[in-house]
Design a protein around this ligand. Structure first.
Ligand SMILES: Nc1ncnc2c1ncn2[C@@H]1O[C@H](COP(=O)(O)OP(=O)(O)OP(=O)(O)O)[C@@H](O)[C@H]1O
Ligand SMILES: [Mg+2]
Ligand SMILES: [Zn+2]
Length: 396
């Protein structure tokens, strides 16, 4: 059996199968249903969220033998050819490798030909922001008066780099990062179809690690199935991807809240000895602190939808140990660490992490000192209120 990576094997072939981009799919389906088919579409959004996929499904919707139809059959020749990438009427151009004006001129020549079998001649231009300025100009001429049988579909991860002249001639659709919960659901259903034995916790970790990209989540799953012989557990994910699980982060931050420098250093040691990547840990810790900040601001934030009520309770409990200003200060220390790790200071990464961990755990001490200095300059202040990191007036 030939091996097909999951991301390719599970590329959605119908609008219904595209995860978490309903706002785009619905609008496109309605437009097709009502015969309002434009001549230029622009799909924007982070990598691996469905831009190329949506363009191809729309191409099918237009060229299906039943088309234009909001529900392409997937069975007819045009549909099958589009899926296989062999359709003569759907041309995919990667602007990243064809950035020149000559390529666009060829395209302009090409545009005059009528579709061979399908109804429309469709140009899917990926990474359109990579075209040169001259190529954009040339393309614009085509866009100004496109022949009625031509539809352009552009995709880009960087809409800010697409010239206004192109923006104004296309309908723009913004695809979103796929939320953790939707991503986890998608991963579970694929795992089921593949007969994979994978723990829920492991799926959650994967979904979080993928940072909203469906393709990344599926590549990670590929990696894991290659790594694990049988059941994929949370531990497998932690070991295979050098990730930190939520419990480790919670334990670490609890130790910080308790000003327990000894435990904090011991945890760093465990993480490093276990082969954990210091930069990854820092990134995960920052994200965890950011979550605590979100919770401290709004417990009902939509960002928290991906968590089970058990996890959320634990996070809320943890956030309750801090004042908002404390969390912000911890984040500041984490960001400094992140920056130091990136700038090649030549310093030992482990040392940087140790120092930052101690700074976090000793935060109270630092602030108390500042306080004492301020107080020395001012009138006697009321006694400290017993908050973890000092009295209320320090609230940030
Ligand atoms: N919204 C989605 N729903 C389901 N699967 C998706 C979705 N987005 C991406 N995928 C999966 O990821 C793969 C890549 O998606 P696609 O090529 O559409 O991403 P893209 O947004 O064009 O990314 P890039 O910016 O890297 O070109 C698909 O084959 C599919 O398996
Ligand atoms: Mg793409
Ligand atoms: Zn069809």
């Amino acid at each position: 059996m030939s091996y097909l990576v999951l991301a390719r094997k599970y590329r959605p072939q119908r609008f219904e199968d595209i995860v978490a981009q309903d706002h785009v799919s619905r609008t496109l389906q309605n437009a097709v249903k009502n015969g309002r088919i434009g001549s230029g579409y622009l799909f924007c959004g982070p990598r691996g969220t469905g831009k190329t996929t949506t363009a191809r499904v729309l191409a099918k919707a237009l060229n299906c033998v039943n088309g234009p139809t909001p529900d392409p059959c997937g069975e007819c020749d045009p549909c099958k050819e589009i899926t296989a990438g062999t359709s003569m009427d759907v041309l995919e151009i990667d602007a990243a490798s064809n950035t020149g004006v000559d390529d666009v001129r060829t395209l302009r020549e090409n545009v005059r030909y009528m579709p061979t079998g399908g109804k429309k001649r469709i140009y899917i231009i990926d990474e359109v922001h990579r075209l040169s300025a001259a190529a954009f100009d040339a393309l614009l001429k085509t866009l100004e008066e496109p022949p009625p049988h031509v539809v352009f579909m552009f995709a880009t991860t960087e809409p800010g780099k697409v010239p206004q002249t192109i923006l104004s001639r296309t309908q723009k659709f913004d695809l979103k990062r796929v939320p953790v919960k939707a991503l986890a659901g998608h991963l579970s259903s694929i795992a089921r179809k593949e007969g994979l034995d994978i723990e829920d916790g492991a799926i959650k970790l994967l979904a979080r690690k993928a940072d909203g990209s469906v393709r990344d989540s599926l590549s990670l799953l590929d990696q894991l199935t290659a790594f694990a012989s049988e059941k994929i557990t949370t531990e497998t994910v932690v070991a295979a991807l050098g990730m930190v699980d939520r419990q480790t982060l919670i334990d670490f931050v609890n130790a910080v809240a308790a000003h327990d420098s000894k435990s904090v250093l011991a945890m760093v040691k465990t993480i490093v000895d276990g082969g954990g990547d210091i930069r990854d840990f820092t990134a995960e810790l920052l994200e965890h602190l950011r979550l605590l900040m979100v919770i401290a601001t709004d417990e009902k934030s939509g960002e928290l939808l991906g968590f089970t009520s058990g996890e959320l309770d634990e996070l809320i409990r943890q956030a309750g140990n801090f004042k908002l200003g404390d969390i912000v200060r911890l984040i500041k220390i984490g960001m400094d660490l992140n920056r130091d790790l990136k700038s090649k200071t030549g310093l030992d990464e482990r040392l940087l992490l140790d120092v930052a961990a101690i700074k976090m755990a000793e935060l109270e001490g630092t602030i108390r000192l500042e306080e004492i200095l301020t107080r020395m300059k001012q009138e006697p202040a009321p006694p400290a209120s017993g908050n973890l990191f000092g009295p209320d007036q320090k609230k940030g």
